[in-house]
Design a binder for this molecule. Structure first.
Ligand code: ZN
Length: 139
C-alpha cells in the first residue's frame, strides 16, 4: 500500500550551493549528505515535517540524473512514495499494466528498498516506491 509522500528528488549541478539555499535561506532541517557510488550520485537530505527533499548531484556523466540535467536542466526529478513492501507494490502495479524501470527492488538511499516506475506509464512523472526496512533511516 502507498502510505504517503516519502521524498521529492531534485536534480542539481552544485550540491553545496543548493544545500546552502535549502538550509540557510529556506531554513529547512538538513539531515546530511550521502554518497551512492553505485548510482553515481551524491545526495543532500532535508526534512520538511516528515517528508524529505533529496538534492541529487550526479558524480558521473552518464547516469539518469546527469542526462536529465543535460536535457531539461536542474529541477524536480522524481516523486517517491513510502510503501510497506516494495516488491508487493511493484507486483501489484505491474499487474495493473504499469511499466517498471526496476524489475525488482534494489537498495537506495538510507538503506531503503526502492524501485522506479517508467514515466511512460505514469503520465510523465518519474515515480519511486520506497520501503524502509526496520533499522534503516526512516525517510
Ligand atoms: Zn528518490
Amino acid at each position: 500500500m502507498i502510505r504517503r509522500i516519502d521524498h521529492v528528488g531534485i536534480a542539481v549541478r552544485d550540491l553545496e550551493k543548493q544545500t546552502a539555499f535549502y538550509r540557510d535561506v529556506l531554513g529547512l532541517e538538513f539531515e546530511g549528505f550521502e554518497d551512492l557510488p553505485d548510482r553515481g550520485l551524491r545526495i543532500g537530505v532535508f526534512n520538511v515535517g516528515g517528508v524529505h527533499i533529496e538534492l541529487l548531484q550526479p558524480t558521473v556523466q552518464d547516469n539518469a540524473v546527469a542526462k536529465f540535467i543535460e536535457k531539461s536542466g536542474e529541477g524536480i526529478h522524481h516523486l517517491a512514495f513510502t510503501v510497506d513492501d516494495t516488491a508487493a507494490e511493484l507486483e501489484r502495479l505491474t499487474a495493473a499494466g504499469v511499466q517498471a524501470i526496476d524489475a525488482k527492488p534494489r537498495s537506495g538511499a538510507g538503506g531503503a528498498q526502492v524501485a522506479f516506475l517508467n514515466p511512460k506509464s505514469t503520465f510523465r512523472v518519474l515515480m519511486e516506491l520506497c520501503e524502509h526496512p526496520e533499522g534503516t533511516m526512516p525517510r
